[in-house]
Design a protein around this ligand. Structure first.
Ligand code: FES
Ligand SMILES: [Fe+2]
Length: 453
């Protein structure tokens, strides 16, 4: 490729061995997972002050489409206006405070059931029930209370703090630039979009997806393809957020012969189903590299990994996805992005899995709500056809998560049980868990002064 790919700077991510551990707290107090006081502090210093994902922009395609978002006991309406702009409002009538709506739907205006005051999609007070019974009132002073809402990467973000700094500033140029070439805003939930209450603190969920160390204990079948070699991961820390990745390649790729590596790629779909889509093109590229005797011979600079990247580019381009902005590493590797406070996504060309967790509205620090969505890039005409509906799981254990996710699901509740023991005051992080240390460092900074930098 001739032009400089914008994401090349991602290679500036630091190797584990180059990180300065003296600046990181590798010992965490357990009270942060179980204490109602700390949860209350998080509510005030983080959840009432931070940009948070409340949905996807394509959930509200038309004027008047709205949804509600709850964090603890706070409720907001997010609505697309006639001008196409998505806005957020406190979900409370300005007359005597009645909650205006629940769930999602489409409204030409918001009508309060209590005494029939009505509001436009822009939040302005339109009218009151029986004006003769109300007396003079200044409508301009009684519009819905607006809160900052903005969109990025296809997500709608809301910040309960009216003085919030702009979303783009909060996310920062590296997050926006690093994720832009994946075209996340054109991805659709496919196969899985599920939300469920879990018996663990919301940060247990974030921690569980911030490290690959637990593969050896929790996901033993992944060991067939992933080699949990120490220090293989690269880490980039950007503002409050971060990214980590390891090369996606066949186990022992370095030492294996070419035929062995090709066989390894062929076996990947057993663990990574989406690789199947790329295999026909991969086989064609491999076939073209065999000599007259059928032996594989690669010139300098060609490798099985490079052919897998090429096959992925070709396959996705044929579907209509513009992959030109992605680096070769981004095409093949799963990059794990963490957006403070509660979004983890593993992303690579054409697909992403997003895991979010929020404190349980009942305020119990031992509970949370997690929301897991598998996204896939599909051509526009077929997106609606494949779009997964949101499943709200009411009966614990009733949703058929795929194996690896089920293993994490079980593990998180086990960890919370252990963390609740009063005699356990601290936990200790391994070096491979540096992303967890970094997350809690950012969290502590918010809790300490409430003035994120
Ligand atoms: S509380 Fe909404 S109209 Fe009275
Ligand atoms: Fe896991």
């Amino acid at each position: 490729m001739d032009s400089v790919i914008s994401g090349e700077w991602i290679k500036t991510a630091r190797h584990l061995s180059a990180l300065d551990f003296s600046k990181l707290n590798m010992r965490l107090s357990t009270d942060r997972y179980i204490s109602p006081e700390i949860q209350a502090r998080e509510r005030e210093k983080i959840w009432m002050k931070t940009w948070q994902v409340v949905g996807r922009a394509d959930e509200l395609p038309n004027a008047g489409d709205y949804k509600t978002y709850k964090i603890f006991d706070q409720s907001y309406i997010i609505v697309r206006g006639k001008d196409g702009v998505v806005r957020g409002f406190v979900n409370a009538c300005r007359h005597r405070g009645n909650a205006l709506c629940v769930g999602k739907g489409n409204n030409a205006r918001f009508l309060c059931q209590y005494h029939l005051w009505s509001y436009g999609l822009d939040g302005k007070l339109i009218g009151v029930g029986r004006p003769d019974m109300v007396g003079p009132i200044d409508k301009s002073e009684h519009g819905l209370i607006e809160v900052p809402v903005d969109t990025a990467l296809g997500f709608i973000f809301l910040n309960p703090d009216e003085n919030a700094k702009p979303l783009a500033e909060f996310l920062g140029p590296q997050v926006l630039e690093g994720l832009a070439p994946y075209k996340l805003d054109e991805m659709t939930p496919v196969g899985m979009d599920v939300r469920e209450a879990l018996n663990c603190n919301w940060k247990v969920v974030m921690d569980a997806f911030a490290e690959g160390y637990h593969i050896i204990g929790v996901h033993p079948e992944l060991l067939a393809v992933i080699d949990p070699e120490a220090g293989k991961a690269w880490h980039g820390f950007y503002g409050d957020h971060g990214m980590a990745y390891s090369p996606f390649e066949v186990k022992n790729a370095q030492g294996a012969g070419l035929e062995e590596q090709v066989e390894g790629i062929r076996s990947l779909p057993g663990t990574f189903p989406t690789v199947a889509e790329v295999l026909p093109r991969f086989e064609a590229l491999i076939a073209a590299r065999r000599d007259a005797d059928g032996r594989l011979a690669f010139p300098e600079g060609v490798s099985v990994r490079i052919l897998l990247q090429q096959a992925t580019r070709d396959t996705l381009s044929a579907k209509g996805l513009d992959v030109s902005g992605l680096t070769d590493d981004q095409v093949s590797d799963n990059q794990g992005w963490f957006l403070f406070p509660n979004v983890f996504m593993t992303i690579r060309a054409g697909e992403a899995t997003v895991i979010m967790s929020t404190p349980h509205p009942d305020g119990d620090p031992n509970r949370c709500i997690w929301h897991v969505t598998a996204y896939m890039w599909l051509p526009q005409p077929v997106r609606a056809q494949y779009r997964a509906e949101l499943v709200e799981v009411r009966e614990p254990g009733s949703y058929p998560y795929f194996l690896a996710l089920q293993q994490d699901y079980d593990q998180m509740e086990r960890q919370q049980k252990g963390l609740r023991n009063q005699a356990l005051k601290t936990i200790t992080l391994a070096r491979e868990e540096v992303s967890i240390a970094r997350f809690h460092g950012v969290l502590d900074r918010y809790l300490a002064d409430g003035a994120p930098v």
